[in-house]
Write a protein that binds this ligand. Structure first.
Ligand SMILES: Cc1cc2nc3c(=O)[nH]c(=O)nc-3n(C[C@H](O)[C@H](O)[C@H](O)COP(=O)(O)OP(=O)(O)OC[C@H]3O[C@@H](n4cnc5c(N)ncnc54)[C@H](O)[C@@H]3O)c2cc1C
Length: 637
């Protein structure tokens, strides 16, 4: 199968307008005849469901949580990018586009990223109209702060709770449509399979997480907005329920998985503090606007930070990258933190931390100003660590945070299965090999509010979609398979808990497919995962039954999928014979230890096709063509 990204022709700036004009429209009366399933209620799913319903489509919206408001997006802290240039610093759509392509180490599609930058400004207008309480400057304009990989301040924010406020905005639009009867809401449902009939996505199979009942839902198109798979590493900043199941099931039904090895490790998280921990906490990148990152100059220096004089501190990011300083992109900041710790200069008892210090900012601006900007983040830090960051520097360390890989989609956000659209973090998206801070919220809302409403119409109106009922054999088969998998999980009755398997898988992935990778480690990890998967199906303990609320059973299904999917990540990492962004193969680095790309051979999207349980996946390549930016070695010096 040849991958066709359906890229519109013409100049970059005109592509999206031209495409929107050329897409066929569904007239308002006909929209009522179409049923659309949206899985997920985060920023991507919530905005898509609300907008499609507002247009007149009949929407069924599903999520795992008890309320759409509890989707993982609510955790987003720092902000959302847009090219408004309110600050007069010289920002523009072009600059946001360029920064994002460069930030992603030139492994994203130019046209997608340009569209993202174009609609970024509409997103801010839409959210303000919904009443999202963005921070404002003294003159009343919306305020901005800086995020990594940019030299202009273009990040709109609502204290350290931007995701929450944006999600409440999307949720209010969604609620309006629920009340109007255009969205039927299905909370506490987990999608377990995609139903494909005659090559078209026509429905899903879900488990009712309260009653255990398996339900079939039919539609004319399915929109997956199920988030990222960072929890494959067990410890991550993601919500506990974030998973790969929906995307992985779609992969098994024919949707290609793109760049699965592209994982983002965020440089500023609260370090791991014990064996029983199941979650990591992010300290937003916005803190690097004012916080200064440093380690002691001397390896092994264990003095408390206030006893280390200025002359004996190494502000390694400011020294090495004078142009961007503490605001280098995440992949660069993470690798440098690891490098300092590997040299024995790490802080704290474990030596696996660096300092993020606000002393200078507090002296300069006053505690009140810092508290206004970051108060809730400082409070969160103090609650978790019992240390007061106004008085002593924070200790931070990189942690798994985001996944740039995801289901492959074309310019219309449609996967390789007709009628299956994928939005937000679940698609392989616009971020290339490394996502810049504050651009995930931008992408999720761009996809949901401004892209899918147009592109789904083009599909629905130009496609023959014969009636199928949930009594179609394809539904029976998929539901039967979901049931027998659940029974299999319950019948093992082994001795190890699901979390115990998950923790071991996470460690394997962190050690061998994390911040630094090498061929030997990746091969070793592949073998270890195969053995662990074998043991899982012989020795996992899933208590309870399938007839009621059973979170062990839910988790068991997700971990079973992670145990298969992780092998695909490793396969992809082994195959990419270069380093780029978050994929850092130690064999491919510059003299200054930066990622070394191979544009001649690897300037492509790697898309994997499922070929069978005991078969290697098939590789497909979508070449990336750069006509507007020059491919260069990324430099933030
Ligand atoms: C701590 C933290 C802070 C962040 N801060 C920022 C920030 O400041 N700026 C920024 O741009 N980005 C930030 N990000 C990233 C950003 O929050 C996410 O990438 C984004 O919110 C993902 O949105 P989404 O709609 O794609 O998915 P999610 O918000 O993850 O939503 C997924 C939805 O899918 C549902 N779902 C999943 N699987 C199934 C299934 N099998 N069946 C049914 N439903 C399912 C879930 O219930 C949920 O409703 C942050 C991330 C973290 C972890």
């Amino acid at each position: 199968m040849r991958l066709d990204a359906k890229m519109p022709g013409g100049p970059l700036e005109k592509k999206w307008d031209k495409h929107r004009f050329e897409l066929k429209l569904v007239n308002p009366a006909n929209k009522r005849k179409f049923n659309i399933i949206v899985v997920g209620t985060g920023l991507a799913g919530g905005s898509a469901a609300a907008t499609l319903a507002e247009l007149g489509y009949n929407v069924k919206n599903f999520c795992i949580q008890d309320s759409p408001r509890r989707a993982h997006s609510i955790a987003a802290q720092g902000g959302i990018n847009a090219a408004k240039n309110y600050t007069n610093e010289g920002d523009s759509i072009w600059r946001l586009f360029y920064d994002t392509v460069k930030g992603g180490d030139f492994r994203a599609r130019e046209a997608n990223v340009y569209r993202l930058a174009q609609v970024s400004n509409n997103i801010i207008d839409q959210c303000v109209a919904q009443g999202v309480p963005f921070a404002r400057d003294y003159g009343g304009l919306l305020a901005n702060r800086s995020f990594g990989g940019a030299q202009v301040s273009r990040t709109f924010y609502a204290r350290g709770q931007t995701g929450q406020q944006l999600l409440l905005g999307a949720y209010s639009s969604l609620s309006r449509q629920i009340a109007a009867g255009k969205v039927e809401m299905f909370p506490r449902r987990e999608m377990l399979d995609l139903v494909v009939i005659n090559g078209q996505a026509r429905g899903i199979v879900v488990r009712n997480l309260i009653t255990g009942e398996i339900e079939n839902h039919e539609a004319h198109a399915v929109v997956l907005c199920t988030g990222g798979y960072g929890n494959v590493f067990f410890l991550s900043t993601n919500a506990m329920a974030s998973n790969v199941t929906a995307a992985y099931r779609a992969y098994k039904r024919g949707a290609f998985f793109a760049n699965p090895c592209f994982t983002q490790i965020h440089p500023t998280c609260i370090p791991v503090h014990g064996d029983y921990q199941s979650k990591l906490t992010l300290m937003s990148e916005s803190l690097r606007n004012d916080g200064r990152v440093w380690v002691p100059k001397k390896p092994g220096d264990k003095r408390p930070p206030h006893q280390i004089p200025e002359s004996e501190r190494d502000y390694y990011l400011e020294n090495k990258y004078p142009s961007f300083g503490n605001l280098v992109p995440r992949d660069v900041a993470s690798r440098n933190a690891k490098e300092q710790c590997d040299m024995g200069k790490g802080a704290g008892e474990t030596g696996l931390a660096v300092y993020l210090d606000f002393e200078d900012a507090i002296k300069r601006d006053g505690k009140d100003v810092i508290e206004k900007k970051y108060g809730n983040l400082f409070q969160m830090y103090e609650k978790i660590t019992d240390q007061n960051p106004y008085e002593t520097p924070m200790m931070i360390f990189p942690a798994v945070h985001y996944t740039m890989g995801g289901l492959w989609v074309d310019y219309n956000l449609m996967s390789t299965v007709d009628g299956l659209f994928v939005l937000g973090e679940a698609n392989f998206s616009d971020h290339g090999a490394n996502r810049l801070g504050a651009s995930a919220l931008m992408q999720g809302l761009a996809d949901g509010y401004f892209v899918i409403p147009y592109t789904i119409g083009g599909y629905l109106t130009g496609t023959s979609l014969p009636d199928v009922g949930t009594d179609h054999p394809a539904f029976r088969d998929a539901a039967g398979q979901a049931r027998s998998r659940i029974n299999k999980l319950l019948s093992v009755k082994g001795k190890r808990t699901v979390d115990d398997f998950h923790r071991e898988l996470g460690l394997i992935m962190w050690d061998h497919c994390g911040m630094g990778r090498n061929d030997e480690g990746l091969r070793k990890a592949k073998k270890m995962i195969q053995e662990l998967r074998g043991e899982f199906w012989e020795n996992v303990l899933v208590p309870g039954s399938d007839g009621d609320f059973n979170q062990s059973l839910e988790r068991a299904g997700r971990v079973a999928d992670f145990l298969e999917f992780s092998e695909l990540m490793i396969r992809d990492a082994l195959d990419r014979r270069e380093s780029c962004g978050g994929h850092f193969n130690e064999a491919f680095q510059t003299e200054e230890n930066e990622a070394m790309r191979d544009d001649e051979n690897f300037c492509h999207v790697a898309a994997w096709e499922y070929a069978g349980d005991d078969k290697e996946p098939e590789f497909h390549k979508e070449p990336l063509v750069f006509e507007n930016v020059e491919l260069t070695q990324r430099s933030y010096k």
